[in-house]
Design a binder for this molecule. Structure first.
Ligand SMILES: *[C@@H]1O[C@H](CO)[C@@H](O)[C@H](O)[C@H]1NC(C)=O
Ligand SMILES: *[C@@H]1O[C@H](CO)[C@@H](O)[C@H](O)[C@H]1NC(C)=O
Ligand SMILES: *[C@@H]1O[C@H](CO)[C@@H](O)[C@H](O)[C@H]1NC(C)=O
Length: 176
């Protein structure tokens, strides 16, 4: 019985590479605001959504929405509460209806849509906490680091995982 087979060594290398990738992803998660790719919209309970999410330092937010109607503005607490869209901190809107924003400070961020839609619930407060110990739970599949706002990269970690699983199934001498 070959214990230190070449194949096993390669397998272990791939596994550790995958762990590193997952580790990196756990550090930097992408949150779809509202829960899916087009849920920056009126009448979505974004407060409910944000209270069930955990936002860590350097995570990303993804605002997907109808670009003809809505926008994304970062505002302060006062203006968030009063739905004031004129004195915003930052205009996140880029025009494509798909905006990303990185949470670079451990604080509460406030976002709302211009055009009066804040009054219809298009506002969200994001409470960002410092990164603590690495997550013990498996990294969520939605964890990717977007390098551009135009499109979200396919989850490479998932590809590697599928590849490894397929290889494991097709070979008969793999055991851990
Ligand atoms: C949204 O959800 C929160 C928490 O579940 C709840 O307190 C609040 O009333 C909801 N808001 C609306 C507009 O339904
Ligand atoms: C938010 O900004 C407005 C001016 O746009 C200012 O009057 C208000 O005091 C600010 N609130 C906070 C909490 O900084
Ligand atoms: C924010 O920026 C977008 C894109 O540049 C622009 O179309 C929009 O008018 C801006 N919104 C405000 C409130 O300035």
């Amino acid at each position: 019985m070959e214990i230190f087979s070449f194949r096993k060594m390669v397998m272990m290398m791939i596994m550790s590479m995958m762990m590193m990738m997952l580790g990196n992803m756990a550090k930097c998660e992408l949150h779809y605001v509202g829960g899916n790719k087009i849920s920056w919209a009126p009448n979505v309970n974004l407060t409910e959504w944000s209270t069930h999410e955990h936002f860590h330092l350097d995570d990303w937010l993804y605002f997907g929405y109808d670009r003809h109607l809505y926008s994304v503005l970062e505002v302060n607490k006062t203006n968030y509460e009063s739905c004031r869209d004129t004195e915003f901190i930052k205009n996140i809107t880029r025009g494509g209806g798909r905006d990303v924003f990185q949470l670079t400070e451990a604080k509460t961020y406030y976002f709302l849509s211009g055009g009066g839609f804040c009054w219809h619930g298009m506002k969200v407060a994001i409470h960002v906490t410092e990164n603590s110990a690495p997550a013990t739970a498996p990294a969520p599949s939605k964890g990717v680091s977007p390098s551009d706002a135009a499109g979200i990269q396919f989850n490479q970690g998932l590809l590697v995982l599928i590849f490894v699983l397929m290889w494991g199934i097709s070979s008969n001498n793999i055991s851990y």
